[in-house]
Design a protein around this ligand. Structure first.
Ligand code: C2E
Ligand code: CA
Ligand code: CA
Length: 243
């Protein structure tokens, strides 16, 4: 597996605030395989636990290495967590062990979980999220708006961030319903003191509207494609001016 990285930027300051790690499978016979293909297979076969553990540890190792090169900017990293991985009894222990092993400040690690991780057995989800809160990591709801999008869990769960799914961002200029939904998501998040991040920002016009609606944390092809480690580090790590 190879990690790719996509930067997240804050439009208010122009700074890079962190990176999302996106896994690829580099198959000797098939070439680069998308996570949309191999993650469901890994979930069916149970391999997702091993892959998920590797993703968390690799992200922490990489972050530690970047901090050694550039101590001025404590960058954060976000990793994607599959629902099965989130429910595994050893999940929280795996996260805290990685933070300790690589001496990572917990607030620099964001776990992106999807709505489907949150809907089953609310009591155990609350307990798990409270454990993660005690560890100190940031919890983000990924692909927000594509699943159950329950206001109940936004109210009851200790979450930190909502990621507005790229399907809403894509049509925000042409579809007034999408624009209205995005506006409402941002307003609810703001009132609940949750941060919002927009993914899949491809054009200046999309960026402008999102910013006008109150969402200034963006990622997407407008800023950068996901890049493999070597290229990514050449561009961004150890530079005093990173953008
Ligand atoms: P996601 O978490 O919603 O990630 C965003 C996807 O949108 C990524 O696809 C990214 O490359 C792509 N993207 C980024 N900017 C743009 C843009 O401006 N326009 C468009 N059209 N697309 C953009 P990718 O890398 O193929 O990943 C697909 C999904 O696979 C991810 O969706 C995530 O759910 C999952 N995934 C990726 N890495 C991992 C992993 O390490 N573990 C798990 N469990 N899932 C992963
Ligand atoms: Ca994600
Ligand atoms: Ca998404």
């Amino acid at each position: 597996f190879v990690p790719y990285y996509e930067k997240q930027i804050d439009l208010a300051t122009g700074d890079i605030v962190g990176f999302e790690m996106l896994a690829r499978w580099n198959s000797p016979s098939l070439g680069v395989i998308s996570p949309e293909i191999f993650i469901p297979i890994a979930e069916e076969s149970g391999l997702i636990y091993v892959i998920g553990r590797w993703v968390i540890r690799d992200a922490c190792a990489r972050l530690a290495a970047w901090h050694r090169v550039d101590r001025t900017q404590p960058l954060g990293i976000a990793v994607n967590i599959s629902p099965l991985q989130f429910r595994h009894p050893d999940f929280v222990a795996c996260v805290s062990q990685a933070l300790v092993d690589f001496s990572i400040q917990p607030g620099l690690l964001t776990l992106e979980i999807t709505e489907s991780s949150l809907i089953e057995n609310i009591d155990s989800v609350v307990a798990r999220l409270n454990e993660l809160k005690r560890v100190g990591v940031i919890v983000s709801v990924d692909d927000f708006g594509t699943g159950y999008s329950s206001l109940y869990y936004l109210k009851h769960l200790p979450l930190d961030e909502i990621k507005i799914d790229k399907s809403y961002v894509r049509d925000i200029l042409d579809d007034s319903n999408d624009a209205a939904i995005v506006e409402s998501i941002i307003a609810i998040a703001k009132n609940l003191q949750l941060r919002t991040v927009a993914e899949g920002v491809e054009t200046e016009d999309q960026a402008r509207i999102l910013r006008a609606l109150g969402c200034g944390l963006h990622q997407g092809y407008l800023y950068s494609r996901p890049l493999p480690a070597a290229e990514f580090e050449r561009l961004y790590i150890g530079k005093s001016q990173m953008l």
